[in-house]
Design a protein around this ligand. Structure first.
Ligand code: 5GP
Length: 205
């Protein structure tokens, strides 16, 4: 039976850079897969259905909740977001590693169902830098930006629910740190229970 894959959960306030780190990890970390969330938010310019998100209506989202198709879901900044179960469960069972980029409420729900997950909080170097990044990104209206910044304080307090915190001063460095965390987690003895049996069974090969 394949060894269960790593479930990596990345969270952090909007503008901390978790999306960029996630993309860099997917580009550079061998065999890592992305869990595409469902959302009721409207697609931003350049975003694609089935690539960035599954963009669904409120009715469709409610149906997914009712049919128990979501591993977790939350209302974030006035829109609904959720992680479809099937892909995540299948990948983990087949030994594939998967990354979820979700908010802290969702991470709390995942932790209850998958305590063996690896929970990494991406923090900004400062609140000023966070504000700079959200403004520079230029994808949101002023009202949305204000809302996101006002949530940042309370979001930072969730850091204690995570196993690791990585301050994103510089994307490449932060990505390397998250990659090192995944690699270290893969070497945990508890994830390698059959290691002695495997070594011994290879003696005469
Ligand atoms: P954005 O609208 O900027 O793409 O995402 C807004 C927030 O929703 C981010 O904090 C992001 O991590 C979070 N998010 C994205 N997908 C999910 C999901 O499936 N579940 C939860 N709980 N949060 C999500």
């Amino acid at each position: 039976m394949a060894k269960e894959g790593i479930l990596l959960v990345l969270s952090g306030p909007s503008g901390a850079g978790k999306g960029t780190i996630c993309q860099e990890l997917l580009r550079t970390y061998p065999g890592l897969n992305y869990s595409i969330s469902a959302t009721t938010r409207k697609a931003r310019v350049g975003e694609q259905h089935g690539v960035n998100y599954w963009f669904v209506s409120h009715e469709e989202f409610q149906k997914m909740i009712k049919d128990d198709e979501l591993l977790e879901w939350a209302e974030v900044y006035g829109n609904f977001y959720g992680t479809p179960c099937r892909q995540v469960k299948e990948m983990l069972k087949n030994g594939k590693d998967i990354v979820l980029e979700i908010d802290a409420q969702g991470a709390t729900q995942i932790k209850k169902k998958f305590p063996q997950g690896v929970f990494v909080y991406i923090a900004p170097p400062s609140l000023d830098e966070l504000a700079n990044r959200i403004h520079k990104r230029g994808t949101d209206t002023l009202e949305v930006i204000k809302n996101r910044l006002s949530c940042a304080n309370s979001e930072l307090s969730y850091v204690h629910n995570y196993n690791y915190v990585v301050v994103n001063d510089e994307v490449q460095e932060a990505t390397k740190k998250v990659a090192a965390i995944i690699t270290a987690e893969k070497c945990q003895v508890t994830r390698n229970c059959n290691i002695v049996k495997d070594i011994l069974s290879n003696v005469n090969k």
